[in-house]
Design a protein around this ligand. Structure first.
Ligand code: UD1
Length: 439
């Protein structure tokens, strides 16, 4: 039987697509899932636990499944306790390496380095992969580990870290406020000897989540959310079980806000922390879209007509790089020209050709996209080259005349929980199709 199945699989080609017929105004209330970029890091952070961690509000997305596999391959016991909660148990013995196959699929795998290095003193990790959105080096992470006394060897595609003696606290000034480097250095410093100070640290809300999580485990960290983080090394962490609820996903929230805006809809986006999306709220207001900010929700009211505006993508609290492709789709139909400048990732405009295929008028010059506006979008077959680019194409499809067929659905599913279902509940004409053909 198994052989038969393998034979059928070997001769068939599975194509997953998202089909959208544009033109429906989105309406209603939508609830945002837990934050992908927080939960993946908290899962890695649990490598420092001596007991059990229950993490709640975990989105059911592919990246979470990948991190689950990465942690299992290191030797962590991890299972779903319910639909959106993970129960994690860390035994004394942990491997110093993780599955190469899984690590190469996801950039966030690199976040196991800091916890493992400080806990077991050695890590051998395949160079992590992930969405192709520009150069994503790890030099700042590695320089931080080195300053704390770790030795680093990069060979045959692996990064090998070793701390022959206990890591030592250090003063580390980051050349760029990298989220990943801040998190990894923070983790490595927890069990180091003495105090570590990270300057020019990233200030993203996800960093505050990690500080809170680690402090619940018994770490002594303060300053997250500012550009200086101080970690006082401790000799051991406590063995209390922790129960932690992840913050809502600010990027998912932003994606729905932009989707509501482009369709001329009226949508309440519930379960959000409005201060996490301030940069987007003020940009939408600037172009003339009505955003009513409430305690834990935002109401977006759009007439479907708005002005262009310039967008400068910057580290938090600036406009997030993870919403850059989505706002570009919106500004493609604005009444005037916009210039979008990407200051975080070098090659994050690969999706622009697909928007052009749908009728947008956009010219990319170095780190900027000049979006002419006034486009009359029309549905077309397009390919999502990465996660947020996929969201941008969905947004364009919602406003386009006729049918848009998006391939590369696997990217969308890395980071959005049931996106098509949530949008359909707001009235979008959208569905996922799976075609199995013989080859
Ligand atoms: C980035 C985003 C983060 C988002 C995440 C997932 C920023 C600042 N970071 O985090 O908000 O949640 O993607 O999509 O917006 N860099 C180096 N050397 C390093 C590390 C980074 O040069 O060792 C550079 C990168 O090439 C990039 C910039 O720093 O240009 C930001 O990278 P970083 O914040 O580390 O990326 P992520 O942690 O993936």
């Amino acid at each position: 039987m198994a052989d038969m199945e393998t034979m059928v699989q070997a001769r068939s080609n599975v194509v997953e697509q998202v089909e959208i017929v544009g033109g429906e105004k989105l309406q209603g209330v939508i609830s945002v899932s837990g934050a992908k970029n927080a939960v993946l890091k908290l899962m890695a952070a649990s490598l420092l636990s001596n007991s059990q961690c229950l993490i709640r509000n975990v989105p059911r997305i592919r990246d979470v499944d990948t991190m689950l596999g990465v942690l299992r391959s290191i030797g962590v016991e991890i299972d779903w306790a319910d639909e959106h909660s993970l129960l994690i148990r860390v035994d004394n013995y942990l491997n110093d390496t993780a599955s190469d196959d899984l690590v190469r699929q996801m950039r966030a795998s690199a976040q196991v380095m800091g916890p493992l290095l400080t806990r077991i003193g050695r890590v051998k990790l395949f160079q992590p992969g992930g969405c192709v959105i520009g150069q994503r080096p790890l030099d700042l992470h590695l320089k931080g580990f080195q300053a704390m006394g770790a030795s680093i060897l990069e060979e045959h595609g692996y990064i090998i870290l070793e701390a022959r003696r206990k890591l030592r606290g250090a003063e580390i000034l980051l050349d760029f406020p990298s989220v990943g480097a801040t998190e990894n250095i923070m983790a490595a410093a927890i069990l180091a000897e003495g105090v570590t100070v990270i300057r020019n640290a990233a200030k993203e809300p996800e960093i505050i989540e990690e500080q809170n999580f680690y402090n619940r485990l018994g770490a002594k960290i303060r300053g997250a959310g500012t550009d200086t983080i101080r970690i006082e090394g401790v000799t051991s962490l406590n063995d209390r079980m922790i129960d932690y609820t992840v913050i809502p996903d600010r990027i998912e929230a932003g994606t729905f806000m932009i989707a509501a805006a482009i369709t001329g809809g009226e949508v309440e986006i519930a379960n959000v922390i409005p201060e996490h999306i301030e940069a987007l709220i003020s940009k939408l207001k600037e172009v003339g879209i009505d955003v009513d900010v409430r305690e834990d929700s935002v109401l977006v009211k759009s007439k479907g007509r708005f002005r262009g505006a310039d967008v400068m993508v910057l580290p938090y609290p600036g406009f997030p790089t993870d919403l850059q492709p989505q706002i570009t789709a919106l500004l493609a139909i604005a009444d005037s020209t916009s210039v979008i400048t990407e200051n975080v990732f070098g090659s994050r405009f690969r999706y622009v050709d697909e928007l052009i295929r749908m009728g947008a008028s956009i010219r990319v010059e170095s780190r900027s996209a000049i979006v002419k506006g006034n486009a009359k979008l029309s549905g077309a077959p397009v390919y999502a080259p990465d996660l947020r680019a996929g969201a941008s194409l969905v947004i364009a499809g919602l406003a386009a005349e006729g049918k848009t067929i998006i391939e590369g659905v696997q990217f969308l599913e890395r980071g959005y929980e049931r996106l098509e279902l949530k949008l359909a509940n707001l009235g979008a004409d959208i569905k996922k199709t799976i075609t199995v053909s013989s080859i």
